[in-house]
Design a protein around this ligand. Structure first.
Ligand code: SAM
Length: 254
């Protein structure tokens, strides 16, 4: 879920240049930005049992509420929220991904997609009940401006729920470790401390990535990890079509 490699496609470059000026906090995400179809395979594979949505719902129920999906990407998760929410607003700074999310939203009830970023939310003060950020923007440190902006748009008692990788548990975490410059336990401790200092609660969810085919698994490993890391894992696991995966959720109440 953390983007490590990739390049910006030439065709989208001018529009993306304008968006970079409009949303200076936008960080291009190569995994989904270059490979939206492969990232969709990853979203389909991750957590088929729905443990994460269950945990998110327990932390901040969205039935009858206004939900913001911050950094909604191509809009894969908007439908899961729209089934219960009173209103769903996807916010996405990348114009190419935003166009895909808008297309997805057109088929959903009470759902719209807006241009914006974590530090520039196009929403009124105290206008949302739940803000979800799924592998988007909140990679501490350096996320205080976005947190302040989210707290501005949340109603009193509303919640931000951030979905992140668990750097300690599961095979995916071992792949992240193999690809990372910094020891993952250090990263995990620093991330936990950043959120703790801001009054967040922390929730672990153990799950798995389970693919329809080995080819899909290989495709996704290649967008998430350097080629030699992906190749090494595939060689060591010659029949696998999935791998264990763990999430950490952080929640802050306005
Ligand atoms: C790894 S993708 C995840 C997309 C989506 N949340 C999902 O789970 O399918 C990260 C997303 O965060 C967006 N993003 C990057 N910088 C951002 C920012 N400053 N504010 C909001 N979103 C941002 C990217 O454009 C991309 O859509």
């Amino acid at each position: 879920m953390s983007a490590i490699g990739g390049t910006t496609p030439q065709r989208a470059a001018p529009t993306r240049r304008a968006a970079r000026a409009e949303f200076p906090d936008w960080r291009f995400a190569p995994n989904i930005g270059v490979h939206p179809d492969s990232y969709e395979l990853e979203n389909q594979a991750v957590d088929r049992a729905g443990h994460v949505l269950t945990a998110m719902r327990a932390i901040a129920p969205w039935r009858g509420r206004t939900v913001v999906d911050l950094g909604c990407g191509a809009g894969y998760w908007l439908g899961s929220y729209a089934r219960e929410a009173a209103r769903v607003i996807g916010v996405e700074p990348d114009p190419a991904l935003r166009a895909m999310a808008s297309q997805a939203a057109a088929a959903l009830p009470k759902t719209q997609v807006l241009a914006g970023s974590a530090e520039r939310l196009p929403l009124a003060d105290a206008s949302a009940d739940v803000v979800h950020a799924r592998f988007a923007y909140f990679f501490p440190p350096g996320a205080d401006a976005g947190l302040a902006e989210v707290l501005r748009v949340l109603r009193p008692g509303g919640r931000l729920v951030v979905v992140d990788n668990d750097y300690r548990h599961g095979e995916f975490a071992r792949l992240l470790a193999a690809a990372a410059a910094r020891p993952p336990l250090e990263t995990a401790a620093a991330v936990d401390k950043w959120w703790r200092d801001r009054g967040a609660t922390r929730h672990e969810v153990r799950s798995e990535l389970q693919f329809a085919s080995r080819a899909d698994l290989a495709t996704v490993l290649r967008i998430e990890f350097p080629a030699e890391v992906a190749r090494g894992w595939l060689r060591a696991n010659p029949t696998a079509t999935g791998l264990s995966y763990a999430f950490v959720l952080f929640a802050v109440t306005a």
